[in-house]
Design a protein around this ligand. Structure first.
Ligand SMILES: Nc1ncnc2c1ncn2[C@@H]1O[C@H](COP(=O)(O)OP(=O)(O)OP(=O)(O)O)[C@@H](O)[C@H]1O
Length: 853
């Protein structure tokens, strides 16, 4: 290993061996003469000095110098702990350096072992830090020095050997260039030439001293270097302390961060606690809300159940009425069946009678023919017998005569007598044979007579059964009669009950209908229907009002009526609600249905459109009256259609040329209203209504050409009179159904109208306020003695249909537009007043009847 260590000059040092030391032998004289110990001590001192001097100049660069870059942020302890074995010699060197005095002078004794340990510390390392290399070169130098002085090197260190010629040349060269010092080459002196040798030594000593001076210079340089290194160390230490300070600061920051972290954690914990508490509160709140919801739901459920119960009750009532209707239908069916049975029975009886008659005729014929046959046969046989008898008697007489003749010749003709007797015997046999035949004939006649008898008894049985059936039929007829009577009683009862139901609902009822906005209408009003799913009685409107100080406020206007129809309700739904009133007209009551509201609110649409109240009412009346036929009722119906315009009546079913010309008078007589010179069309079927409506609409159009927008400024009244008679009970009833499309209720200002328009305005205002007056007077009770029917043509026309014996329904029509809000509110207020009027119980129109009480 040591054999391959390179020398600073590139030559190799031979491995330390005794041979090597022996090689130096011939070149060195024994030092016994001079005092070998002295020489050796000098050489040793020199060697030690050179070794000390040969301390590596630049080899003490501490590895830590290079470290700060990477290890800047690392704590010192960490830096120290990461020092490897390679760093330790440098540390030792550093500590050695630190032992220099304040002057910066290096103490050789301290440096020497340091270098030594540095050199020894890394034996066998071929390449490594500068320190190792420097230490090795220093070692090399010291060894060389020692070798030169002939002193054996320690076993653990390399021992210098005598240089070869080549090495010597290099040594010389080195010497010149200030390399490692070596004694000068000179011719070998003889052993005895101690003086010469001393001279050489003296010379070498001088050279060495010179060299020492050089070395001292080098030492100074090294000291300088050490100082430099020291400065560097100080810098490094400053850096180190700076780093330490950084580290401390960072640690401080870290601690601060840790504290922040703790604070943050504490805050988070508090927040978490708060959140948990909030969550608990929210959960409680939710639980409470859920409980409330459940309770609300239960309440709602209960109310729904209640509603459903009511609905169920209502449905049950309806079912009951349907059941009653079914009963009626069943009775009707029964009656039809009974009729059928009766007709079948009659035809069966007729057939039976025919069959009986035919059988009787057949029997009679048979009997006659039999009797004829029997009598023919009888007479035939009797004739035959008589003939035979006469023949016999003749023969007997002739025989007797002959006998007489021949008696004499009796004896003579005894044989002839015997023959004659024999012939007589034969004849008797024939006669008896004939008698048997006659008897047979008689028995046949008897059998025939028996057959006739049995046929007669069968006919009698049949007669009996027919009589029995007749008995059943009459019993069934009686039952039918009873059922019909019951049915009639029930019908009367139904009418009474129906009337009572309507009475309970009030004789003036007010329905409110809001029409849908039309396509072109863009400013809808805000209208609510709060209980549409329920009773549908409420409506709420919202208007905006400006206070005196200019603040806009929204005002609510709630109203309640007998029924409120929202814009989605169609005419069919509305008719369902009024159909019972229409039924009342059939039951003999006067019924009046008004459509009240401003122009364009939907009055005409509700009353006269194709599926409006007028066509549907007539249709229902026809349908119901047809059903009542089975209960003995037959009805006659007649319709009139009049227009009240400017306090004049126009016949809308008359000639168009008579409009505004013919004067129609109103007469009241015993609860009946008659119109003079007004067309009344008998209605025989619902299809006739189309013609009635067409004619009325034509005349209205003609009237409209006379005055613009006349339909809005006139009242139209369709009057349907119904007269019913029950052919079975003799009951009679008369009812009137008045369907009125009123003029637009908008407040017309007198100031803006002139001429015809002013007249129209005055008349509309007059008639509508008269209607209001009549209704409120009717609601005044018994104290009010006078009802001002005569204040307008309209109220006078409807006198018998407004009040005590009538049923009244007012539709208050509502426009859905914001622009009409004020008019709408006025209409609704008027309707509210009407709905609060109680006009007493309606009475059936009294009609004298054959058996009415
Ligand atoms: N329920 C409804 N559904 C659909 N359209 C309707 C409804 N009601 C009214 N209308 C429409 O609104 C418009 C005005 O209605 P209508 O002529 O019936 O009002 P009005 O009150 O009779 O007016 P006037 O007093 O001028 O006769 C018409 O075009 C009509 O078709």
């Amino acid at each position: 290993m040591h054999s391959s260590l390179p020398r600073p000059g590139g030559s190799r040092l031979p491995a330390p061996s005794s041979a090597a030391s022996a090689a130096t032998g011939p070149s060195l004289q024994p030092l016994g003469d001079l005092g070998e110990a002295t020489v050796n001590s000098r050489i040793g001192t020199l060697g030690a000095s050179t070794s000390a001097i040969a301390k590596p100049a630049g080899g003490l660069k501490p590895p830590s110098v290079m470290r700060p870059v990477g290890g800047l942020k690392r704590p010192v302890s960490a830096l120290d702990s990461t020092e490897t074995a390679y760093d330790r010699p440098a540390q030792v060197a550093r500590s050695a350096i630190s032992q220099t005095g304040p002057t910066g002078q290096l103490r050789a004794t301290a440096v020497k072992p340091a270098i030594k340990s540095a050199a020894i510390a890394r034996p066998g390392v071929s390449a490594g830090s500068k320190i190792g290399a420097t230490a090795k070169s220093a070692l090399g130098r010291s060894q060389t020095g020692m070798a030169a002085r002939g002193k054996p090197a320690p076993a653990s260190t390399a021992v210098a050997v005598a240089p070869t010629a080549e090495e010597e040349a290099v040594g010389e060269e080195k010497e010149k260039s200030g390399g490692v010092w070596a004694p000068k080459k000179r011719p070998q002196r003889a052993g005895w030439d101690v003086k010469g040798r001393l001279q050489d030594i003296e010379e070498d000593h001088r050279a060495l001293m010179e060299r020492l001076v050089d070395v001292n210079e080098q030492k100074d340089q090294s000291s300088m270097k050490v100082i430099e290194l020291e400065t560097m160390r100080a810098t490094l230490e400053t850096m180190n302390s700076k780093l330490q300070a950084d580290l401390n600061r960072e640690q401080g920051e870290l601690n601060k961060l840790r504290m922040d972290l703790h604070e943050e954690q504490r805050l988070r914990r508090i927040e978490a606690d708060d959140a948990r508490r909030q969550l608990l509160n929210e959960t409680d709140e939710l639980r409470r809300k859920a409980r409330d919801d459940i309770e609300n739901l239960e309440r709602k459920n209960k109310s729904e159940v209640h509603d459903l119960t009511i609905k169920h009750k209502f449905d049950m009532d309806e079912l009951r009425s349907a059941f009653d209707k079914l009963k009626v239908d069943l009775a009707e069916e029964k009656r039809r069946n009974a009729d059928e049975v009766a007709s079948l029975r009659a035809s069966a009886a007729r057939e039976l009678e025919d069959t009986k008659q035919r059988s009787r005729n057949d029997m009679l014929e048979l009997k006659n023919s039999m009797e004829l046959e029997i009598s023919t046969m009888k007479s035939k046989y009797q004739t035959e017998i008589a003939m035979l008898k006469s023949t016999y008697e003749t023969e007997l007489a002739s025989v007797k005569a002959e006998l007489k003749v021949e008696t004499a010749a009796h004896n003579e003709t005894k044989d002839e007598l015997a023959i004659a007797q024999k012939m007589n015997k034969d004849m008797r046999a024939t006669i008896s044979e004939q008698s048997v035949n006659s008897l047979n004939m008689e028995s046949t006649a008897r059998a025939l007579r028996d057959k006739i008898c049995s046929l007669e008894s069968t006919i009698a049985d049949r007669d009996n059964s027919i009589r029995d059936r007749d008995g059943n039929v009459s019993e069934m007829r009686k039952n039918l009669e009873l059922a019909m009577t019951k049915l009639r009683t029930e019908e009367t009862l139904r009418r009474k009950l129906h009337n009572q139901v309507l009475e309970l609902k009030g004789n003036i009822r007010v329905f409110c209908r809001v029409r849908p906005p039309l396509e072109a209408e863009t400013d809808p009003a805000k209208i609510d229907f709060p209980d549409q799913e329920d009773e549908a009685k409420d409506i709420k409107l919202y208007s905006t009002e400006r206070t005196t100080i200019g603040i806009e406020t929204v005002k609510e206007h709630p109203f309640t009526f007998d029924k409120v129809f929202n814009p989605a309700s169609d005419n069919n739904l509305i008719f369902e609600e009024i159909s019972q009133l229409v039924q009342s007209a059939l039951d003999g009551y006067n019924v009046c249905i008004f459509a009240y509201g401003q122009t364009g609110s939907g009055k005409t649409y509700t009353m006269t459109s194709k599926d409006g109240m007028i066509p549907q009412a007539v249709d229902q009346i026809f349908r119901t009256s047809a059903q009542l036929t089975d209960k003995g009722w037959s009805y006659t119906m007649e319709g009139s259609f009049v227009e009240v315009y400017n306090e004049n009546l126009n016949d809308l079913l008359g000639k168009d040329t008579d409009i505004d010309k013919k004067k129609i008078e109103i007469r009241h007589d015993k609860g009946r209203t008659m119109l003079t010179e007004c067309t009344t069309i008998p209605l025989t079927g619902p299809d006739m209504m189309e013609e009635v409506m067409r004619r009325a609409s034509n005349n209205r159009m003609v009237a409209a050409t006379k005055a613009n927008e006349r339909s809005s400024r006139s009242h139209s009244v369709f009057i349907l009179k119904l007269a019913g008679t029950n052919r079975v009970t003799g009951e009679r009833c008369e009812g009137t159904l008045n369907l009125v499309d009123l003029a637009g209720s908008e407040r017309l200002s007198h100031s803006q109208a002139t001429g015809d328009r002013l007249k129209e305005t005055q008349n509309i205002n007059k008639s509508l306020s008269a209607l209001g007056d009549v209704i409120s007077a009717l609601g005044g009770g018994k104290e009010v003695k006078h009802i001002p029917y005569r204040n307008s043509k309209l109220t006078f026309l409807l006198q018998n249909s407004l009040g005590g014996n009538s049923k009244t329904l007012m539709f208050v029509m509502v426009s859905p537009l914001m622009a009409h809000m004020n008019e709408t509110l006025t209409s609704l207020k008027f309707a509210k007043k009407v709905s609060q009027v109680n006009i007493g119980t309606a009475k059936k129109v009294k009609v004298e009847s054959s058996n009415s009480p």
